[in-house]
Structures are given as structure tokens and as C-alpha cells.
Design a protein around this ligand. Structure first.
Ligand code: FMN
Length: 216
């Protein structure tokens, strides 16, 4: 009698252990599915940053390469770097962010960069839809002298972007990244290059935030 009672107890214990194991497995599978779904939602979005520049003697081009390097340091970022005259409508409209660089020409952006912006309508037909709306925009500039137009150059680039309802950001310096290239400070030094990289990185980070937020 005692023997059969303990046999029943063992059978019952084994039965409950089986139920417990199956329940644990089911919970683990459901939890795993929930975690992987939320991971997929938070997974880094891939973004495209377009770096557009004009350069006669190579200074602004060096800064453009620094911006490119900074943007590429953000995981999931594809960067297209082109001279302003080579940019197509597809380059422009498929980008999530645009960073435009210009040498200072007579205290303002160069004529080539201004023509690039004017062509948004003349060549690419940006209106009436505001096709650049809510893309991230930023600027960089190089100028021969310390205080002869770099900030105006960056601000006029940002103004063109604001007029197109883009989301403009700074980085590197207060209005973007800049370098002085003549006199006591010839060419692009490491500090100026670091500013360009910081700008590229910030643009990519913000573009990613905007894309993740707008896809929710
Ligand atoms: C037509 C022309 C006008 C310029 N005007 C200015 C100016 O107003 N202020 C300034 O600081 N530098 C001026 N510069 C100097 C350039 O901005 C500077 O050398 C710049 O770094 C050149 O960039 P790049 O090598 O990419 O062409 C001028 C250069 C040119 C060719």
C-alpha cells in the first residue's frame, strides 16, 4: 500500500514536471518572438547622405572628404560625394540628408553653388511639391581669410535649405564646419578636418533619428 502510494506520487511529480517544462518552453518562444520583433523595430535604419561641393584649388574638396568620413562612421550610412555640377535629380531626391560646401567667393557662396540651388527648380522641378522637405541639411565653407565671409557663405547655404523646408543642423562650428586657407593658416589643418568630420557624423546621426521617427 505504502509502495503504490509513493509510485503514484512519483508519476504525478513526473507529469507536473512535463507540464512545467512545456509551459516554460512556450513562454520562452513567445518572449523570444516579442524581443526579436521589438529589436527589428529598433534596428538601425540605413540612410543616404549626399555631400555636394564646389572647389577650385582643393580646399573645400578636402573638407568634403572629412564630412564624408564623419558621416560614414555612423553605422548604416551610405555616402555619395559629388561636385555640385555632377549631381542629378535622383542623387538629390533619394538622399536623406544633404551637406553642401562652398569656397567663399566675394563674401558669399560661389556662383557654382548658387547655380546648384537654382537648378533645383530649373533642372529638377522641385516645386510645387517641396521635394526636399524634411530632409536634413547642413553647410561647410572654406575662405582665404579669418573674417571675410565664411559664416555668410554657410548661412546663405542654410537659407536656401530653409526655403525648401529642410531641417537644418549645425555641427563642427556654430553654423557648420569651416576652414581658413590662406595667410598664417594655409590649407586645411587637423582641427578644421576634425570639424568637418564632426559635422558629417552629426548630420548622419540626426538623419537617422528623423528617418526612424518618421517611419513609426
Ligand atoms: C573669385 C574668388 C573670390 C574669393 N573671395 C574671397 C572672400 O571674399 N573672402 C575670403 O575669405 N576668401 C576668398 N577667396 C579665397 C577662397 O575662398 C579660398 O582660397 C578657398 O579656400 C578656396 O577653396 P577651394 O580650394 O576649394 O577652391 C576667394 C577666391 C576666389 C577665387
Amino acid at each position: 500500500m505504502k509502495f503504490s502510494c509513493s509510485k503514484t506520487r512519483i508519476a504525478l511529480t513526473t507529469h507536473f514536471m512535463k507540464i512545467f517544462t512545456v509551459a516554460t518552453l512556450v513562454c520562452a518562444i513567445v518572449w523570444g518572438a516579442m524581443v526579436s520583433q521589438s529589436w527589428a523595430e529598433d534596428a538601425p535604419q540605413s540612410i543616404k547622405v549626399l555631400v555636394a561641393y564646389h572647389s577650385l584649388s582643393g580646399n573645400t574638396e578636402r573638407m568634403a572628404k572629412g564630412v564624408t568620413e564623419g558621416a560614414r562612421s555612423v553605422v548604416g550610412t551610405e555616402v555619395v560625394i559629388k561636385r555640385v555640377g555632377q549631381i542629378t535629380a535622383e542623387d538629390l531626391f533619394s538622399s536623406d540628408a544633404l551637406v553642401v560646401g562652398s569656397p567663399v567667393h566675394w563674401s558669399n557662396m560661389s556662383g557654382e553653388v548658387k547655380m546648384f540651388f537654382d537648378n533645383w527648380q530649373f533642372k529638377f522641378g522641385i516645386f510645387p511639391e517641396f521635394k526636399m522637405k524634411n530632409k536634413v541639411g547642413a553647410a561647410f565653407a572654406t575662405g582665404g581669410q579669418i573674417s571675410n565671409g565664411k559664416e555668410i557663405t554657410m548661412l546663405t547655404i542654410l537659407a536656401a535649405m530653409l526655403g525648401n523646408q529642410m531641417i537644418v543642423v549645425s555641427g563642427g562650428g556654430a553654423f557648420g564646419a569651416s576652414a581658413t586657407t590662406e595667410g598664417n593658416s594655409p590649407g586645411i589643418d587637423n582641427k578644421e578636418l576634425a570639424e568637418a568630420k564632426a559635422l558629417g557624423k552629426r548630420v548622419a546621426e540626426i538623419a537617422k533619428l528623423v528617418k526612424v521617427a518618421s517611419s513609426r
